[in-house]
Design a protein around this ligand. Sequence first.
Ligand code: GAL
Length: 682
Amino acid sequence: MTKHAILNGTKLTLGACYYPEHWPESMWKEDLLRMLDTGIEVIRIAEFAWSKTEPEEGVFTFDFFDRFLDLCDETGMKVIFGTPTATPPAWLTEKYPEVLNADTEGILYRHGARRHYNYNTVVYRALTERIVTRLAEHYAQRKCIIGWQIDNELNCETNEFHSEADSAAFRIFLKEKYGSLDALNEAWGTVFWNQTYTCWQEIHVPRKTISDSTNPHEVLDYSRFVSASARGFCKLQADILRRYLKPGDFITTNGMFGRLDNHQMTEESLDFYTYDSYPNFAYCLDAYNPDDRDLRDRRWSRNLMEVRSVCPIFGIMEQQSGANGWNTRMEAPTPRPGQLTLWTMQSIAHGADFISYFRWRTATMGTEIYWHGILDYSGRENRRIAEVREVREKMKKLSPVAGKPYMARVAIAKDYDNVWDAELDKWHGRVAWASEMALFNAAQRTHTPMDFVYMDHTTPEALKQYKVIFYPHPGIMTPERAGMLAQYVKEGGTVVFGCRSAYKNLTGQCVMDRLPGLLAELTGADVQEYSFIAPDAGTATIRWGEDTMEAAVFMDLVEPGEGGGKEAVYTSDVYAGGGALVSRAAGAGKAYYYGSAFTEAAARLFLEKMGAANPYGEMLEVPESCELAVRGDGERQYAFILNYLKTPAEIRVRKPMKDLMTGEMLEGTVKLPAYGVSVLEM
Ligand code: GAL
């Protein structure tokens, strides 16, 4: 790990988002001193302030931020400077409306919100190059600056781009990919419904179609194109910034949003990744089962798993610190006493060594007047700032954790082709979402630390750390991914595939092999037929040895093929008596093909039967309602126990362990207060 001011493996650092342009200059110094006094050592600034440095086209004025940065130098505040491209100035979009993004009908998104530009207009890219160059030339050598944030939340607000510039860039992307129209027609299966293209100009980014049924193979490529566009826009800026950075200064951006290969973007442009964490969002999403109270804000740990997969030690650029909403949205209630600390610790538990609160003061104007920061409008001392001060003290005690990654021996394998395919293909999406949540819930409730691992961004060596890998529904399979998992199994790993695996190729077209195609040899499975579970089928059940479990969403009738052995059978409905789970041993490991999507109970059964559940059970007994996360290395491990409920919890510490935050040695029954967190040296 390269060391930077905020991710340096020696301490955890607090920050905040600050907007000098929102406040009278007379308040700046007092704010800076008060932040420092609160423990906030770093601020992120300027990411929406293009007009402050280029008020008219080609006219640059640097004095506004110079005056502010002078105060930062004077007070010792460190600064992450944001490039301002998420909000183009009015003069720009008025003069060059072609830079605007459009909806599927080609109607332009106008000035007044943010992220209304597209990544591909030649003129926007040129103006971006110029403003980033001028900012870097002018500010990069400043003592107080420690790093740069590119844009703000690439692909936030929308990840669909339908402007003319996007169609033009899409054609270039496709020409490079396919070389000829014949190859493109073949890959997109355009012979179906007479969609054959006869010249490149006929191709557009997806537009309004009847019954919204755009060619799925085209849309899959469009997702790849959007990702490449966002990455390219990020790299355009990173390459400029690199030329001006002081040694040790970093480049990052904050996420994370859809249709973007964050792994590749980080590899090609960033020093590390940062995430914006608003766990209270979870209270407002109806996708969550009301019975899963204990998993609401705790579900944000799923997002943090994604972030960890990109960058094991990362930063939180925006950590929720107050009630949230826009004037158009009533989003999340104020954190209860202790919750701000809990969410901060949730981020740290998963690998964040830098936590920056959004935002120091709540905005008094604009769309975000209800997106509360640490301070309310008046700036008076309040409960939240008092809690941040306590967090600062706790973070000091947690410095041994800095630089130590999250430790997991179970993983869910993923890849962007399937993530994006599942977004547009309902048959894929329903099983993918159900299984991912079931596996996450089961791992959380059995205290089984779990990672996401992206197949195209890992190595055979890295896979060896996992005892079990679930690759729930890779509808799209490639020889490379299948081969890597075959090697993993040979060397002792256990891999579990769910239904609908390996029935498509990279274009998203279905293969004509016997299923599961490229996985048939590895799993010893022969999928003879399949169906989603009929609405009138009742509970679809499976018997696995002495145990029973419920099938979910889909059933593949899976019998042993060559080398395979039948492990479980359906006990109800159309496939009653037929195979539901087949396995094949190879080398020192084993591969499974499970014919359904996972329920939480089924996921638990798999974890238990594979001896992967609750790996720290002999040392710690933690109630299901608390999360257990472990950061550490071969030498030292630290267990984070997080109570997300408004009632106290009890844990049992089975061998003496030091509580890092209090310094006390603990053993036996220990009480965690409502929203309480303990960090124990194991
Ligand atoms: C984030 C964004 C911030 C702020 C916040 C509240 O997504 O990066 O700029 O807008 O949400 O909406």
